[in-house]
Design a protein around this ligand. Sequence first.
Ligand SMILES: Nc1ncnc2c1ncn2[C@@H]1O[C@H](COP(=O)(O)OP(=O)(O)OP(=O)(O)O)[C@@H](O)[C@H]1O
Ligand SMILES: [Mg+2]
Length: 259
Amino acid sequence: MVSMQRTLAVLNQKGGVGKTTVTLGLASAAAAAGRRVLVVDLDPQASSTWVLGLDPAALDASVADVLTTKNAQLGGIIQRSVWSDRIDVLPSTSTLQELESGSSKRLKRALAMLETDYEAILIDCPPSLGNLTRSALSASRHALIVVEPSALGLRGIGGVADLIDEVWDATNPDLELAGVVLNRVPAVSREAERRSDELAQIVGRSAIWSPPIPQRVVFNQAVGERRSIHSFGSRAAEPIAVFDSLWRRVRGTIRSAQS
Ligand SMILES: Nc1ncnc2c1ncn2[C@@H]1O[C@H](COP(=O)(O)OP(=O)(O)OP(=O)(O)O)[C@@H](O)[C@H]1O
Ligand SMILES: [Mg+2]
């Protein structure tokens, strides 16, 4: 099977750390840079589907159909986002919850057929290390962990790294840890610095991506208004610059995987 060089899973078992914020921030930056991306919403909460302007309850088909149907055709399931004609969505639905058990290489098979249509395929994972996240990792070449630099934020990071190793070993020898993104980093905090050092000891200093994502109210506002951070213009100058830079890192990671 084609290796999924352009596919990146955004994950952490911990809830609310910013997986969706990172996925959508990267999509926003990609579109602003003129690149086409597909956001795969693998979370039954369907947050990214909703923020991208779709109503999960009103959809006829979702990523759940991809996981339950043999050789599902994505044509009728993928939707154009409201944000941009450069951002497509493979939407989620609450019934995805029931698929936490069961096995799947179907996602990989389905995505492999359209990978060349996009510069990147970004998978927003649910806050668990269950079957859905496993499916995402099985379908991805790259894994990006989102972490908050706090004591609680670092707990469980070992479990995430273990799952990546396990999927690599069992089903996907192409899988690599692309990096770890720090989210909600306060401007000055000894505690955050100490936790970043601790994280560097676990994953290696070079695995931690720079710049970190600052804590900013505009991220919350963007979700509430179902808008991209780039649509806020100069009001979100710093968050936009951070995501433009993280997007360049994603592109670089994808390009080096292709060469
Ligand atoms: N850097 C930040 N500054 C301010 N608010 C943030 C930041 N990152 C995330 N948030 C807010 O925190 C909340 C949780 O973020 P998000 O939904 O991205 O986390 P998640 O990991 O996807 O959560 P879940 O595990 O439920 O899927 C959202 O309301 C989001 O707007
Ligand atoms: Mg989320």
